[in-house]
Each structure stands twice: as structure tokens, then as C-alpha cells.
Design a protein around this ligand. Structure first.
Ligand SMILES: CC(C)(COP(=O)(O)OP(=O)(O)OC[C@H]1O[C@@H](n2cnc3c(N)ncnc32)[C@H](O)[C@@H]1OP(=O)(O)O)[C@@H](O)C(=O)NCCC(=O)NCCS
Length: 347
């Protein structure tokens, strides 16, 4: 049986070889582009280096479980936690318990193990380990053009008919609405965003600490993806932010609202950010805007702003080790703040 140990930089070549073996050359190359940023530059890394576990047979790495360390806030009580990601075991060693040994090492080494966007294999492994699952990350879509509702599996006449029938509704939903506060594009999160986080952290049952250091690393510095970021200005303070990007998809163009934050009680704040993103999406000729949020209050506001719930396949797992959580904690996710920006879901 392989030995499960913490990754050291000397293992890098062996891990690259494993990635090529499991994922194929192109996906492994794409992973290399983000590796240094993802695993070495994370401001929440512990002093002893990246939190990656590898399964070794001699010098050969046959499996890895990598993680993204974060500070996790449970109603303002902060614990150390990590999102699990880039789990892989060499195909000839799969179904021999190596994945399980790696997940257990990660679980022992973290205050809370978190997973988002799970493959069928990792979902099977979470099930086998009996870790609590928190369902799926709820997602919503706002249609902006008649192309938004097209389905590539349907014949052209059906799509045309659907577009014609829904167009009046789409026009109403997509109409421009006034902004209730000042919004400004930014390229840097300053200390006021950490202050905002400190003010709102207590409202969320579970949320990754979104302070300036985390936000700059997560949304300004990635080498492989470029985000647009806007701040909601209130005199000398900030009341929120939104992070989004425009993507080309097989069915047209979409704007993805990757992450956002405002006080859940500040309806006008989030509404203003959403309306700004509406305008940007229209200017980019997007057919729709996509957003995901566990927070019931945020979702209510999204619906009021023209978003419709859609089926989500993004599985969410959380296992809190550092503190006791009340019964039913993992079933009641309506006050959690998890978005597409969490973990490495958007990449
Ligand atoms: C996910 C992965 C790391 C699991 O590693 P592993 O060493 O095969 O895991 P284990 O042998 O410890 O398997 C434990 C359990 O996981 C589940 N599991 C593993 N592979 C599975 C698969 N292909 N389909 C469904 N369930 C699977 C099963 O419940 C299994 O228990 P069982 O063998 O008693 O049925 C491995 O399958 C892998 O590298 N997959 C490809 C990459 C991937 O999907 N990564 C996850 C990204 S989120």
C-alpha cells in the first residue's frame, strides 16, 4: 500500500507526471498554468507550505488530494478549513483504497473539510466515508435575449417557436432598471473590504472569510482567468462587491456572476450590484446571466431581479471538525454564503 504524506516541492515532477497520466496532456498543462498561484500564493496557506497530500510508492506519486486553505466563518466564529480539489489516483491504482486514505489524511489535517462540484467518483467516496452532504449549490439564470432559452437538443423550429412565445417575457425581465447607489469598477480590494467582511460575517451560518487578502488573491491575481470587479460605494466605506466575467458557450454568450457580497439586510445594495451586472451583460451582448447562491435571502432578491431557479449539478459537502455544530446544521444551508467563486469551481 502507498504511503500518504504531505507534498514537498521535490514531488512536483512526480505530481505533474501523475496529472498527465490521469487527466491527459492538455488538462494537465492547463492545471500547470494555475498551480503556483493556486497552491503557493494562497494567503491562507499554513507556514509549512501547501496543504496537499500525496500517495507515494517509493519516489512515484500514485495519488494526490490537493486543497485550498481558507478561514471559515460559522456565524462569525472563525476556524481553519480547506476546500478539497484536484483529487486523483493513477487509473491502475483506483478502487484500492488510496483515495480513501488521502481523504482521511486531509480530514485529520483540517478544521473543516469542504467540497464543491464533485465528480461521480469523489461523490461515491464521500458517500462511502459517510461525510455530511449539503445538497447542491442552488443556481439561477436571468434571460436577456430571445436566444437565452434555446436548447441545442431541440429542432430549430421548436427553438424558434419558444423564442417567439417567451420574447415578451424576456423583454420585461431584461429591461434596464435604475441603480440605487454608486458602483465603481476596481482592480484592487483595499482594507475597507476586510472591514465590510467583519461587519457582515456574523450574518452567515457558514461562509469563507472574504477579506481583502483573500479577495485579491482569488479574483485579481489569478494568471489563468480575468475577472471584472465592482465595488458598491457608500461615502468613505464600501457596502459590497460583485465579481463577474463574460463567457462564450456552445449555446451563445453568458455573463457569470461569480461572487458577490453585501449585508443580507441591505436590499438596495445587492439590488444595485445586480443591476450594474445586468448593464454590463447587455453591453457584452450576453444572452443570460448565471449566478449560484446558497443564501435564501440573496436568492429571493435574485428572483425579484428577474432570475429563475435552474437545476444544479454542483454538489456541496462540508464536514466541520474544529467545533461542534447543532443538529440539522448540514441540512439548513439557507444562511450559508457559498457561490460559484468558492473553491476552484470557476476556473
Ligand atoms: C476520485 C478518485 C481520486 C478516488 O480514488 P480511489 O483510490 O479510486 O478511491 P478508493 O479506492 O478509496 O474508493 C473508495 C470509494 O470511492 C467510490 N468510487 C471510487 N471510484 C469511483 C467511480 N469511478 N465511480 C463511483 N464511485 C467511485 C466508491 O464508493 C469506492 O468504494 P468501493 O471501491 O468500495 O466501491 C479517483 O477515482 C480518481 O482519480 N478519479 C478521476 C479524477 C476525479 O474524478 N477526481 C475528483 C475530482 S472532484
Amino acid at each position: 500500500m502507498a504511503d500518504v504524506v504531505r507534498f514537498r516541492l521535490q514531488d512536483q515532477h512526480a505530481v505533474d507526471a501523475l496529472s498527465r497520466h490521469v487527466l491527459g496532456h492538455d488538462a494537465a498543462e492547463a492545471g500547470r498554468l494555475r498551480w503556483g498561484w493556486q497552491y503557493l500564493q494562497n494567503p491562507n496557506n499554513p507556514p509549512d507550505g501547501p496543504q496537499i497530500w500525496v500517495a507515494k510508492e517509493g519516489p512515484t506519486v500514485v495519488g494526490q488530494q490537493a486543497t485550498m486553505p481558507v478561514r471559515l466563518s460559522l456565524k462569525g466564529v472563525e476556524i481553519q478549513a480547506s476546500w478539497g480539489m484536484d483529487a486523483m489516483v493513477a487509473p491502475e491504482r483506483q478502487r484500492q483504497g488510496i483515495g480513501e486514505a488521502l481523504f482521511r489524511a486531509w480530514d485529520h489535517g483540517t478544521g473543516a473539510a469542504l467540497g464543491l462540484g464533485l465528480s461521480a467518483a469523489s461523490l461515491g467516496l464521500f458517500r462511502k466515508l459517510n461525510w455530511p452532504r449539503a445538497g447542491h449549490l442552488p443556481c439561477l439564470v436571468k434571460p436577456l435575449t430571445r436566444r437565452a432559452l434555446r436548447n441545442p437538443d431541440w429542432p430549430v423550429p421548436v427553438n424558434r417557436l419558444l423564442s417567439a412565445l417567451t420574447y415578451p417575457l424576456v423583454r420585461v425581465v431584461a429591461r434596464t432598471r435604475p441603480l440605487g447607489a454608486q458602483v465603481e469598477p476596481i482592480r484592487y480590494f483595499d482594507r475597507r473590504f476586510s472591514e465590510l467582511w467583519d461587519q457582515v460575517a456574523g450574518s452567515f451560518g457558514l461562509a469563507v472569510r472574504r477579506d481583502a487578502a483573500y479577495l485579491n488573491w482569488r479574483y485579481i491575481e489569478p494568471p489563468h482567468v480575468r475577472y471584472s470587479v465592482v465595488a458598491l460605494k457608500r461615502d468613505e466605506t464600501v457596502g459590497g462587491y460583485a465579481v463577474y466575467r463574460h463567457v462564450r458557450e456552445p449555446r451563445g454568450r453568458a455573463t457569470v456572476l461569480v461572487d458577490f457580497l453585501a449585508d443580507p439586510a441591505d436590499r438596495v445594495g445587492l439590488q444595485t450590484l445586480l443591476r450594474w451586472v445586468d448593464r454590463e451583460a447587455a453591453a457584452a451582448d450576453s444572452d443570460k446571466i448565471r449566478a449560484c447562491s446558497t443564501h435564501a435571502g440573496f436568492r429571493r432578491l435574485l428572483r425579484r431581479e428577474g432570475y429563475f431557479p435552474v437545476r444544479s449539478s454542483i454538489g456541496l459537502v462540508a464536514k466541520i471538525n474544529a467545533v461542534a455544530v447543532p443538529r440539522g446544521f448540514y441540512e439548513r444551508t439557507g444562511d450559508w454564503h457559498v457561490t460559484l467563486g468558492d473553491s476552484d469551481q470557476d476556473r
